[in-house]
Design a protein around this ligand. Sequence first.
Ligand code: TNX
Length: 526
Amino acid sequence: MMIKQLITLFAAFLTCHVSAAEHSIIPQPVSYQKADGYFVLKPGAFVYASHDVVGFYLKQLNDASGQDLRMAPADASCAIQFLSGEMRKGQDKKLEKLGEGEYHLSILPTVANIYADSASGHFYGLQTLCQLLRTSEHNDGARTLPCAEISDAPRFGWRGYMLDESRHFSGTEAVKRTLDAMAYYKMNRFHWHLTDSHGWRIEIKKYPKLTTVGGIGNLTDPKAPAAFYTQEQIKDIVAYAKARHITVIPEIDMPGHANAAVRAYPQYSGGKSSKHGEFTFNPADEATDAFLKDILTEVAALFPDAGIIHYGGDEVHFGWDKWPELPQVKKIMEKDNLKLKDVERLFNQRLAKVINELGYKTGGWDELSGAGLPRDKTLLFWWRHDKPQALDYALKEGYEVVLCPRRPCYLDFVQHESHKSGRRWGGFNPLADTYGFPDALEMPENYRGKVLGIQACLWTETTVTQERRDFMAYPRLLALAEAAWTPTKRKEFANFESRLKLHLPQLKQRGIGYYDPFTNSPEITK
Ligand code: TNX
C-alpha cells in the first residue's frame, strides 16, 4: 500500500515537473531566474513611475491585481518602481544600456523593480508583471509572487497582426480589444487592411462617396448599411494604439482589390474584368493618379507616426483584362511597346513616389519585389508561401521584408483537421506550426538583418461574426506573439501550451473568444 502511494506520488511529481509552467508569462522571456523568498503586494501599496504614464500603469496594475495601488508621494517607500537602466547599473558597472523594448524585472521580497531605458521597455516590463499578478496567489487580501530576476528583450522589431476590415467589418470596440491583447502579448504593429473589393472603410473628406457608397455591403451581404471608420475614430484608435506602443500601418489596396472605390467613383475604373468585376483602378490615367494622391494625402495626415503606408499591389492580374481597351493604357502600350506587366510596373513606380514624397516608406505585398522601387524606401510583405523564390528575390534585391506566409501565418486557414470552415492549401495552420515559425525557414545568414519580423494576417472572407474572428485569431495570435518575441533556443511548444492554459481564462475575462485546443472545442463556423 505504502509503495503504491509512493509511486502515485512520484508519478504526480513527474507529470507536474514535466508539464507545469515555471511562470505564467507569454511570450517566454529571454531569461527567468527564480530566487529565494516571496514578494507580497498589499492593498494600497505605492507605485513609482514617471508622471506621464503613472495613471495608465496604475490602472493596468490594479486591473491585474485588484490591490487599489496608489501613486507614490515623495519619499514614500514603494512596492513597485519603474526605474532607468542606469539605476541598475549603479549596482553593477558592467551592465550595458538597455535597448528598445528591453527590460529587467527584479522581484525582491520588499520591492519589484522594472528597469528599462526606453518607454517600450518599461511598458513590456509592466505587461510581464501584470501577467504574473493575474495568476498570482491571494493570501489574506495580498498578492504573493515568488522572487525572480527576469531579463528580456524582443527577438524581432516587427511583431505584427493584420486585420481585413473590408470583407467583414470589425468596428472600434473589437479593434481596441485586439490592441489591448496585442499589447499584453508585446506585439507592436497593427496592419490595418482598410480597403478592398467588398467595402471601403476609411473616411476620406474629399471623396465622401468612398464611404457612403463604397462602404455599403460586405462579402456576405452586399446591401449591409455603410460601415466605416470616421477620421475622428481613426485618430482615436491610432492614439489608443500608440499609448500601448503599437504602430498602426494603414493599407489602401491598389491598383487591384479596388471594386468598392470604383463603385463610388466609376470614372477611375480600370475596366470590367471577366472574373472579378471592376477590380482595378485605371493604371495610366492622370486624373486617377490625382484622385489616389488626394486619398493618400489624407491617409498620411491620419497616421503621422506610421512611417509606412501600405498600398497593396497584390493580385493585380486578376482584374486587368480590359486594360488594353482603356484609351490611356492603349496609348502608352502602343507608343512604348509595353506589356500589361510594364503598365503595372509604371503605376507602382508613380504611386510609390507619391507615398515617398509624403514622407513615408511604401509597404506592399511581395508582388512588388520586381517593380524597381527604391530599396531604402520600400518594405515588402512575403505572403505567397508557395513562392519561396519571391522572398529570395526580395532579399537578394536588398529589400527589407516582413514574413507572413499564408502557411503558417494566415489565420483564415483552419487550425484543426476536423474544421470545415476556412481555408486549406496543401494543409492548414495548426497552433504548433504558427508557434514554430520562422525557425524552420531556411535563410542565408546575411539576410537576417533584412527580415524585420513576422506577422499574422486575419482575412475575413469566412468570418462573418466577431465570435468567429476571435475563434480564428486566438490562441494562434499568442503563438505568433511568442514566435516574434522569444529567441529560438527558448521556444518549446509543450512549455508554451502549459502557459497557454493559464491564459485562456484571461482571454475570456477580456471578452475574447477562442478555439480551445485542449478540449477541441466546437467549431464556430460563421
Ligand atoms: C490573398 S494576401 C489575398 C487576400 C485574401 C487572402 C485570403 C494577399 C496579398 N491577398 O486578398 O483575402 O488571400 O487568404
